[in-house]
Design a protein around this ligand. Structure first.
Ligand SMILES: Nc1nc(=O)c2c([nH]1)NC[C@@H]1CN(c3ccc(C(=O)N[C@@H](CCC(=O)O)C(=O)O)cc3)C=[N+]21
Length: 289
C-alpha cells in the first residue's frame, strides 16, 4: 500500500475531545446540558447500528441522548406532532429524523424536515440551513460532508486551488460537499448518473469524493496518481459486511491518501453530529464557548 490511510477513528477522537470540552464549559459556566433526540420510524436494521453508535458517543461526550421509536405505520400528522413537541422542549437542542422514512410518508419528507426548527436541525437539512451554507454562512452543516472536510483539514491536506470531483449530487452529501469545497477555494465538479465520460473527469481530481452508493464503483483507472480519495459509501454486501464506493485494495496503490470503509468517514459523521448538537445548544442559548 502506498497511500496514507486516513483513519476515521483517529481524527474523530480529536473532534470528540474538542466537543467534550465544550460540553464541560456549557455545563459548568452556563448550566446547559446539550440534548439530542433521534426519531426513528419503523425498523430499518441499517439504522440500528448508526443509532447505537450515536447513543454511545453522546454518553461519552456528556450529551443527553434520547431515541424516540415510532411504529412503521405512523401517520405524517403524528410524526409532525412529535416534532412539534421536540421543537417546544427546551431540553432538546438537536432533532434528527432518521432517513430513509417508510414508503408511505416518503412523499412528505420535505414537509417533515421543514417542520424541524432550523436552530435544532443538527442534520443541516432544513432549507434555511441549506441556504446559509450556499451563501457562505456555515452554521449547522450536514454531518457527513462536514466530517470529510474536517478530515482533510486535520490531516493537513490542502483544499485551496485543488481540483475536486464529487461523485453524487444528493442533498445529504453531494450538494453540501460541493459548497464546502467551493468555500475553501477548490475548483469543484459534481458528477452524477447522467455524466458522460466520467472516468476522464475523475482522473483530473486532486481530491475525489465518492458518494453514490455503489459498491467498489471507483476503480483504479478512474483515479489520478497521487489523488486524495474520500469514500463516503456505506454499502451492505451480504449480511454484515460493509464496503465503500471505492475499490479500496486497487485504489490504495495509486492514491496518496485514502479513507477506509468501515472506519473512515462514517466515524466522523457521528463526531460531527455531536459537534452540531453542541453548536445548536449554543445558538439556542445565544452563548459561545
Ligand atoms: N437523518 C439522518 N441523518 C444521517 O446522518 C443519517 C441518516 N438519517 N440515516 C442513515 C445514514 C447513515 N449514517 C451513518 C453514520 C455513521 C455510520 C458509522 O458509524 N459507520 C461506522 C460503522 C459502520 C458499521 O460497522 O456498520 C464506520 O463507517 O466505520 C454509519 C452510517 C448516517 N445517516
Amino acid at each position: 500500500m502506498s497511500a496514507q490511510l486516513l483513519d476515521g477513528k483517529f481524527f474523530a477522537s480529536q473532534i470528540k475531545e474538542e466537543t467534550r470540552k465544550k460540553v464541560e464549559i456549557l455545563k459548568q459556566q452556563y448550566d446547559i446540558t446539550p440534548g439530542l433526540t433521534v426519531v426513528i420510524v419503523g425498523e430499518n436494521p441499517a439504522s440500528q447500528i448508526y443509532v447505537a453508535n450515536k447513543h454511545k458517543t453522546s454518553l461519552e461526550m456528556g450529551v443527553h441522548s434520547q431515541v424516540i421509536r415510532l411504529p412503521e405505520q405512523v401517520s405524517k400528522e403524528e410524526l409532525l406532532t412529535v416534532i412539534d413537541g421536540l421543537n417546544q422542549d427546551p431540553a432538546v437542542h438537536g432533532i434528527l429524523v432518521q432517513l430513509p422514512l417508510p414508503e408511505h410518508i416518503k412523499p412528505y419528507e420535505s414537509e417533515i424536515l421543514e417542520a424541524i426548527q432550523p436552530a435544532k436541525d443538527v442534520d443541516g437539512f432544513h432549507p434555511v440551513n441549506v441556504g446559509k451554507l450556499a451563501t457562505g454562512q456555515e452554521e449547522l452543516v450536514p454531518c457527513t460532508p462536514h466530517g470529510c472536510i474536517r478530515l482533510l483539514e486535520l490531516a493537513g491536506l490542502p483544499i485551496k486551488g485543488k481540483r475536486a470531483v464529487v461523485l453524487g449530487r444528493s442533498n445529504i452529501v453531494g450538494k453540501p460537499m460541493f459548497h464546502l469545497l467551493l468555500a475553501r477555494h477548490a475548483t469543484v465538479t459534481v458528477c452524477h448518473s447522467c455524466t458522460q465520460d466520467l472516468a476522464a473527469i475523475t482522473r483530473e481530481a486532486d481530491i475525489l469524493v465518492a458518494a453514490i452508493g455503489k459498491p467498489k464503483f471507483v476503480t483504479s483507472d478512474m483515479v489520478k496518481p497521487g489523488a486524495v480519495v474520500i469514500d463516503v459509501g456505506i454499502n451492505r454486501v451480504g449480511d454484515k459486511k460493509i464496503v465503500g464506493d471505492v475499490d479500496f485494495d486497487a485504489v490504495k496503490e495509486i492514491a496518496s491518501a485514502i479513507t477506509p470503509v468501515p472506519g473512515g468517514v462514517g466515524v466522523l459523521t457521528i463526531a460531527m453530529l455531536l459537534y452540531n448538537t453542541v453548536k445548536a445548544a449554543q445558538i439556542q442559548h445565544k452563548v459561545q464557548v
